[in-house]
Write a protein that binds this ligand. Structure first.
Ligand code: ZN
Ligand code: ZN
Length: 650
């Protein structure tokens, strides 16, 4: 330094007239090389981004080698990621490329680990992690996020815990949002909700991703209380978080809460997308009221996700209108769709089927086949087989069932066998139905035996009913409906001893009958709810009087009460009193008293309609000239001019 200053001090100061000397730039050559390499790297990476075949990637790799870049971790990382994207097995070409790099940086290691995880080789990913640590290279957040994703995808929580431990041992990742989120995700995917929540609670900083994921998992597990608690704590609620709540309520059969939440969401000025709408549509379908159906249809149209534009929302709207009892609206939506897929067809076919419009369902099925592009799936077949079953079209049903695997590559599932047992059973071929249930190639579930039991009720066959029920009691020991059904079958055969032993069985198992409810929709969108023998309704006296009048008129037209529908061994008068207190009869009388229920009376019932009420509704549709629709837990009954479109089989 001293030397240097001395040298400077001895330097002659140049005259002002001469130009100042050029500054000395000793690094000039080096930076030029670096600059050129940067440009080259950039070009290679840009080209790698657009590679769509292995050959193209190999060509780029050749350039990498030719330009002396095969030791540059940055470029090689990109090459490995491209090979991963192209689905090249990590153990082959990518690993060879990787091995040529003498000192891979943490990002290159992470790319190898990520590649293994993507192809499902989680143990390979862990092996690379071990190698990396042995070489003394530290991880980056990307390393852990990949490992967590891998553990989550194979559901290996013990491996996940070890990776979690590594983040703690190495340290410095506690505040990393990305690592934290993937760690929560791993625990949730492994079914460890408690651990996921603990990680969440301990995160110093949390973003909407982690909140929403936890909310969605709580919703899925049916714990809407915890989901809501978390949601309310979240300060910046975005569309995804709101949607998780709306969908959660809908999935947990809490339609009113779903709609309230949706209203709040709209009030908060948050946008909506098709997932939000699908949740809302599902909630409206559960409510079964046309007012809500029309309302959500309007919103879908306004938000640009109307049935004409969005095939998923359109299909859901079809399903919703069918469930609300308005087949015309469902069909209107179906016809208005610019684009239809297998879901739209299946929803419409199912709608026709449950409304007893078998011919329309089958016609539409054939129309779908003529499109040549839309192939029927398992849901389509459930719809079309249900249609055959409800219309007693045994041969057609058998034919369709035989073709589904042969021509359409749809292997019959237990649901399809249920449809077939139902089809045969309803048609009175109980032995055949029993044989099918006993010999079907997959294990019969409760649905199959339930269909057989239902058929035994229609055709009054206590013998086969007993066989079906014994399977059901084993498969669904807590399903009260099966016990009640068997007891009904015994009762209508007058086998009171058997009735009381079924009752005893129910008592021993601590099972209680579900209370029966009926709802009737009023014009202003309200809903009136009735339970069996409900005397608390403010208009009870009027309802009772209207029901008595109606009964007298029906008896003049030949209606006789079906006393067998009562499975209590009591006197006929008492049986009559019980029958007249059934909730759907109360709902009907209320609807007749109140003009605002409209020309079509719509009643929704939570359990199966009994034979007596069915006959009563038939008669009522005749003497009052009204169209009465009853949705029970099986199907829709359309009563018009003294007949039901189910043909008295349900
Ligand atoms: Zn009834
Ligand atoms: Zn019916």
């Amino acid at each position: 330094m001293q030397n240097l200053s001395r040298r400077f001090s001895t330097l002659q100061v140049p005259k002002l007239s001469t130009p100042p000397p050029q500054p000395i730039r000793p690094l000039f050559q080096y930076s030029k090389i670096q600059h050129c390499r940067k440009i080259l790297e950039h070009r290679i990476i840009t080209v790698l981004d657009v590679c769509t075949t292995l050959t193209q990637a190999q060509q780029v790799h050749a350039h990498v080698i030719a330009n002396g870049l095969s030791q540059y971790s940055y470029v090689i990382t990109k090459l490995i990621r491209t090979l991963t994207k192209l689905g090249v097995p990590m153990g082959t070409y990518p690993e060879l490329v990787f091995r040529r790099v003498t000192r891979p940086n943490p990002f290159l290691w992470a790319a190898m680990i990520r590649g293994c995880v993507i192809e499902g080789q989680v143990s390979e990913a862990v092996r690379f992690y071990g190698l990396m640590r042995r070489e003394g290279t530290g991880p980056v957040s990307f390393t852990f996020s990949s490992l967590f994703k891998g553990c989550g995808s194979v559901g290996d929580v013990s491996l996940g815990r070890q990776v979690h431990a590594q983040t703690v041992v190495i340290g410095g990742f506690a505040a990393d949002l990305y690592v934290g989120n993937t760690m929560i995700d791993m625990y949730l995917k492994c079914g460890e909700l408690g651990c996921g929540r603990k990680v969440f609670d301990e995160m110093p900083e949390r973003d909407v991703v982690s909140w929403t994921e936890l909310i969605a998992v709580y919703a899925k597990s049916g714990d809407m209380g915890s989901a809501r608690e978390l949601f309310e704590e979240l300060s910046l609620k975005d569309m995804v978080a709101w949607t998780a709540m709306v969908t959660g309520y809908a999935q947990n059969l809490m339609p009113r809460e779903a709609l309230d939440c949706f209203e709040r969401m709209r009030g908060a000025g948050v946008g909506i997308d098709e997932v939000t709408l699908l949740g809302v549509v599902s909630a409206c379908a559960q409510l079964g009221a046309c007012r809500y159906a029309n309302w959500v249809r309007g919103i879908a149209g306004e938000s640009g996700f109307g049935p004409a534009e969005n095939v998923l929302v359109g299909s859901a709207l079809i399903d919703m209108y069918a469930k609300c009892g308005s087949l015309d609206d469902a069909y209107d939506i179906f016809r208005g769709m610019k684009q239809r897929n297998v879901f739209s067809y299946s929803s419409m076919i199912w709608g026709f089927a449950v409304h007893g419009n078998a011919n329309a369902a089958i016609e539409l099925f054939h129309e779908m086949l003529t499109t040549d592009v839309i192939r029927p799936n398992r849901v389509t077949f459930i719809g079309v087989l249900t249609a055959c079953s409800h219309a007693g079209m045994v041969d057609q049903g058998r034919q369709l069932f035989a073709t589904m695997e042969k021509y359409y590559n749809v292997t019959p599932s237990a649901e399809h066998y249920t449809c077939m047992v139902d089809l045969l059973g309803r048609a009175g071929r109980l032995e055949e139905a029993l044989e099918l249930a006993e010999t079907m190639p997959i294990v019969a579930h409760g649905g199959v035996w339930g269909a057989l039991l239902g058929a035994c009720r229609i055709h009054k066959n206590p013998g086969i009913a007993q066989i079906a029920a014994s399977h059901l009691f084993e498969l669904e020991p807590k399903n009260i409906g099966n016990y009640v059904m068997l007891s009904n079958i015994y009762a209508s055969a007058g086998r009171w001893g058997d009735v009381s032993s079924v009752r005893k069985l129910m008592r021993e198992k601590g099972l209680k009958k579900n209370p029966a409810y009926s709802w009737v929709e009023t014009k202003n969108g309200g809903v009136e709810k009735f339970s069996a023998g409900d005397t608390r309704h403010p208009d009870y006296e009027d309802i009772k009087k209207a029901l008595e009048d109606l009964l007298n008129r029906l008896q003049d037209h030949g209606y006789r009460p079906n006393l067998n529908s009562v499975d209590y061994d009591v006197g006929d008068e008492e049986k009559m009193r019980i029958l007249m207190a059934h909730s759907e009869k109360l709902a009907l009388a209320y609807a007749l008293l109140n003009a605002d229920t409209g020309p079509t009376i719509k009643i929704i019932k939570n359990i199966r309609i009994c034979e007596d009420c069915h006959g009563f509704m038939c008669g009522a549709s005749q003497v009052t000239g009204r169209h009465i629709i009853v949705r029970d837990n099986m199907r829709f009954h359309h009563f018009e001019n003294g007949k039901c479109n189910c043909g008295n089989f349900w």
